[in-house]
Write a protein that binds this ligand. Structure first.
Ligand code: TIU
Length: 220
């Protein structure tokens, strides 16, 4: 066990039982012409965390610790996308419609791929999730249980949507969750800040938060 300097108090990292989860670092959210851009957001904010996230992934890769990459992805026939989800959002371009990088949030489309600098390697788990949370309709909890994973380190986008939803789902399933604060980002800085405060309030009601440097220092 290794102790990480974190808020609201130190986080016990348990090698062999800890996986990294990188949420939705896909072109749809991070590059111009994707879903995030079509919703009217400044995607450059999200692109800025790619180098930190790459360092975090590298820290896990060097030690051969498990890495899970998620993508928000729907089947091409959209049978796994509720009509309410399609209706909401940008009134111009909806999920499944064709943008500059193919059909928005549809599996297999160019925009649905993880950005090149963070591309998964063979042996890493890639989960296509139809919801904002990573456990809904993915079977991931069963896979993590089979791997005896009890601790999850989170990164990715966006902090208050898919990252927070996944972390709350994980918390309810009994995982000890740590969010790396400089490897997550929101289109709305105030939402990122509020999410971090919500996670660590009340004695870590959802989990812990730490900068990447705290993890690097612990494993130097
Ligand atoms: N719109 C927004 O902030 N996020 C999403 O739709 N999905 C994720 O957070 N991945």
């Amino acid at each position: 066990m290794t102790t990480i300097a974190a808020r609201p108090y130190p986080y016990d990292f348990v090698p062999g039982h800890t996986a990294l989860v990188v949420i939705d670092m896909q072109r749809d959210f991070i590059e111009k012409g994707g879903f995030g851009d079509s919703l009217g957001n400044d995607v450059a904010r999200l692109e800025a965390i790619v180098p930190t996230t790459a360092r975090l992934i590298d820290l896990f890769r060097k030690r051969d610790w498990p890495i899970i990459h998620t993508r928000e992805a729907h089947k091409p026939d959209l049978s796994d996308c509720p009509p309410s989800k399609i209706r909401r959002g940008n009134p111009g371009l909806h999920i499944g419609e064709t943008g500059a990088m193919g059909r928005l949030l549809v599996a297999g489309e160019p925009g649905n791929q993880i950005v090149a600098d963070l591309a998964p390697l063979d042996g890493e788990i890639v989960v296509d999730k139809p919801g904002k949370g990573m456990f809904w309709a993915t079977g991931l909890h069963t896979r993590l249980a089979a791997m005896q994973i009890t601790h999850l380190v989170f990164a990715g986008v966006t902090t208050e949507v898919c990252v927070q939803t996944s972390m709350r789902e994980a918390n309810d399933r009994g995982y000890e969750c740590l969010l790396i604060e400089d490897a997550t980002e929101s289109y709305f800085p105030q939402f990122k800040a509020a999410t971090i405060e919500m996670i660590i309030a009340q004695g870590g009601i959802v989990g812990w938060v730490a900068p990447l440097s705290a993890l690097e220092a612990a494993f130097a």
